[in-house]
Ligand binder design. Structure first.
Ligand SMILES: [Zn+2]
Length: 138
């Protein structure tokens, strides 16, 4: 029997004092929230993987072609080398804006750079960065 079921038994048992039953009810409620949060996370990542049919061979091609093009794994956003575990799959057109997991929409970037870029396209990001540089010079 899992802990979750024991919690449910305690929460429902008439021989357990009411204040303890209440404590267990809250505990179960919190666990249920965590479970729902995890389910949502799994659903989101499944949706992302299924959108446009991302496959291991596509990811492999994107990484290999990046290394062939730049000589080492290089961030498409900042142009600096990437160490493994600091890498992320970059969507030139973000999924949130209709981008797909197709080879032509994918690149490799630093995780931080990808987060900074957010839901901008690569072109929008480049324009924004160039504008910031110009404004700094004024
Ligand atoms: Zn970068």
């Amino acid at each position: 029997m899992s802990l979750f079921n024991i919690d449910q038994l305690v929460a429902k048992s008439s021989i357990v004092p009411k204040h303890i039953r209440e404590e267990y009810k809250q505990k179960i409620h919190a666990s249920q929230k965590d479970i729902n949060r995890l389910r949502q996370k799994v659903n989101n990542s499944n949706t992302r993987l299924l959108t446009g049919g991302l496959t291991l061979s596509i990811v492999q091609s994107v990484y290999e072609d990046n290394i062939k093009k730049f000589g080492c794994l290089t961030c498409i956003i900042c142009g600096k080398p990437i160490t493994f575990s600091d890498d992320s799959l970059e969507h030139n057109i973000p999924i949130s804006r209709g981008g797909k997991n197709h080879y032509n929409n994918l690149s490799v970037s630093h995780l931080k750079c990808n987060h900074r870029k957010g839901d901008m396209t690569l072109i929008e990001w480049d324009i924004e960065e160039a504008t910031k540089k110009l404004l700094r010079k004024l």
